[in-house]
Design a binder for this molecule. Sequence first.
Ligand code: LAQ
Length: 372
Amino acid sequence: MVFQSSLKNCLQLSCILRTPKAGFRSSSGGLIIQSVSNDVYQNLAVEDWIHDHMNLENRQVLFLWRNSPAVVIGRHQNPWQECNLRLLRQKNIKLARRRSGGGTVYHDLGNINLTFFTTRKKYERMENLKLVVKALKALRPQLDVHVTDRYDILLDRQYKISGTAAKLGRTTAYHHCTLLCNADKFVLSSVLKSPYKGLKSNATPSVPASVKNLFEEDPSLTCEMLLDAIAEEYAIQHQIDHQITLINPADETVLPGINNKTKELQNWDWVYGKTPKFSVSTCFNIAYKDSVIDVKIDMDVKHGRIEGCNIDLPDQWLPLALCSELVKSLTGSKFCPNETTTLATTLLRVCPQDDDMHSRWNLLCENMIMLM
Ligand SMILES: Nc1ncnc2c1ncn2[C@@H]1O[C@H](COP(=O)(O)OC(=O)CCCC[C@@H]2CCSS2)[C@@H](O)[C@H]1O
């Protein structure tokens, strides 16, 4: 039953989307769509698709979506500076770079995302956020929620429950925001901590805040209730049916070209390679046999690739020639543990057949990889 109605709605949407200038009078004013996917890349691709293909002149669109665990960085941010990439890999949490600016947020199924699409002229973040606040108040009048001048929504005057970002195109625009209902706050705070100390960059830094889930204020609230309340308020304000059209972001028949957009968003060159140039200066100790040596590393990273590298360690510990080989092959390679592991393994073959040397080499490379 649910499947049938969603399919029907998608076909209807397809018709609307494919005839962008047709101006369907029946649904002019607004359209509410919800993704059936929890994949962050697919959902960000839907945003791109609507932004690139839909005529928003006579119809504004509200897109509702939720993701399985993911960290979403802003367009001009540095993931090494914003989060703990090793923890992300360990916990299987995806990392995505969105097209809009602003800071880094954590998503899971306890977090709702709302995207308000309009023409560039009608783009109005404050109005959208007031709509969300109104929906929350309609659901639970006792909630103390308000919008700040930086477009966060705060609960009880101090806890952030929603963060905002936006993308302004030539003719169309979108404003998207999060809403924390019941996200894992422990994971949120642990993944949004960078282990780096000596990282220098001009990338946009995030603005950390104390966050709270709406569920903590009222345990009877669920994401579904919040989504419904927001859709209801949007429908009232746009004088449209309170009907949510389900959309499958993998369906090329409805959204032609969407899968390429998804792939682009998953690509290393987009997620990491778009990072503004940065440098890392750090040191670590290697304990080997009875001694501990100090290693100092300096690296310049451009487009996510090592542009310059200096490894400073005692001469007698590793032959200078070997160290230069490492520097040489690191230069131009991705600042990424997988690539460095491959490179270190390849280089090991040119290393003298000496167990002691191999152990030292492995220790140095392991520590270098840990930095990435
Ligand atoms: N899910 C979520 N919601 C609200 N606030 C969060 C969330 N995750 C983390 N944070 C807090 O916000 C700051 C970063 O705040 P900052 O103001 O720097 O950045 C933002 O708010 C960006 C919002 C982007 C919204 C998009 C909508 C769809 S895709 S992502 C972070 O350090 C945490 O303290």
